[in-house]
Design a protein around this ligand. Structure first.
Ligand code: COA
Length: 313
């Protein structure tokens, strides 16, 4: 196993479902602190009558502290209501709001919804607009609450790729043409927000004799996700180059029995893109979190090299 001490400084964000009483208490407290306390609402005001029928999610950092929260429930079989999204004030504008919203939209899709609605305050409208929501009408105001707009987003399969669908299509094509195993493993790019890349694989195509996902497939899913993140970051910076894996280290904690997912967050990526501009190869490190649905099951740390394209070198 290789050690990458520099990763200790990186913060690994995870979307988590609060389950135990202690986790739920911490989750509601975070909601109160960020969405109710600033307006002097008492403890308890953060909860409403939909908590039992809702799906709750929070994002934790590498130390396990909650840095974001959010909730979704179905209004009808087709319509999901997203509420109570908040990101800790010290952690805003890092893509965590988008990460939370993407997780809630994914839950909504899995529940069968084809549209998501949210009643947004004036100050969060830019955030929801940036994430593809459009104002539909003024929302019915709750007693004593600030004026809100009802904003709506269609949850079609392809708007999971929030940013740069053309690059994402290109990446998927590159994988199937140059790394055919991705097709056999059913690896699909699921979502790209500019800061987070999520891929998914088919469990059926990667199943072992124990009925769980083959560890080699998990490793491939992780390395490809890191590769894809670098591919998209090069696009973002209008750079090009050949990406090769230099070293990889994976820790498996639990088997995968449901929904294989791999997530790479830009916060874990380190390396110098500037070097590439001068035609010199560059070294990058990143982490990929592997999840079984929402349960973290493995963690991959990889070293990649980007070699300047031959025609540019
Ligand atoms: C709204 C909120 C959840 C956004 O979370 P966040 O992690 O800061 O948002 P992200 O970093 O994912 O932002 C994604 C994009 O949304 C837009 N955006 C987010 N906050 C914005 C702001 N204050 N002003 C303008 N645009 C904003 C930007 O386009 C941003 O992309 P960029 O940073 O590359 O420009 C967060 O600011 C928050 O918790 N606010 C207080 C609570 C709240 O109002 N919740 C909404 C309940 S109705």
């Amino acid at each position: 196993m290789n050690a990458f001490p520099q990763y200790k400084a990186n913060i690994l964000y995870k979307v988590v479902t609060p389950k135990s009483e202690a986790e739920l208490d911490a989750y509601y407290h975070f909601r109160w602190e960020n969405l109710r306390q600033p307006w002097n609402y008492p403890l308890g005001s953060e909860k409403d009558e939909y908590e039992q029928v809702s799906e709750h999610r929070m994002i934790t950092n590498g130390r396990g502290d909650i840095v974001a929260c959010g909730r979704v429930h179905l209004n009808t079989a087709e319509e999901a209501q997203i509420r109570h999204i908040a990101v800790h004030p010290d952690q805003q504008r890092k893509g965590l709001g988008q990460m939370m919203l993407a997780a809630l939209e994914s839950v909504a899709r899995d529940l069968g919804a084809d549209r998501a609605v949210t009643n947004s305050r004036e100050i969060s409208m830019d955030f929801f607009s940036a994430c593809g929501f459009e104002v539909e009408r003024e929302a019915a105001s709750e007693l004593g609450m600030l004026k809100r707009q009802q904003m709506v987003k269609k949850l079609t399969a392809n708007n999971t790729l929030i940013l740069h669908p053309i690059w994402c299509d290109e990446l998927q094509k590159t994988w199937s043409e140059t790394i055919p195993i991705t097709e056999h493993m059913g690896i699909k790019l699921h979502q790209y927000s500019g800061r987070t890349l999520e891929t998914r694989a088919s469990l059926n195509k990667n199943i072992n004799i124990h009925g769980t996902m083959f560890a080699g497939s998990i490793f491939s899913l992780a390395t490809l996700t890191g590769w894809g993140m670098l591919y998209l970051q090069l696009k973002e910076k209008t750079l090009s180059g050949d990406i090769v894996l230099g070293d990889g280290d994976i820790h498996y904690h639990k088997p995968i029995t449901m929904k294989p997912r791999a997530i790479c967050n830009i916060e874990t990526l380190s390396g110098k893109f500037k070097t590439l501009e001068t035609g010199t190869k560059s070294r990058f490190e990143l982490s990929v979190e592997i999840l079984d649905d929402d349960i973290p099951v493995a963690e991959f740390k990889g070293v990649y090299w980007v070699l300047p394209s031959k025609d540019e070198a």
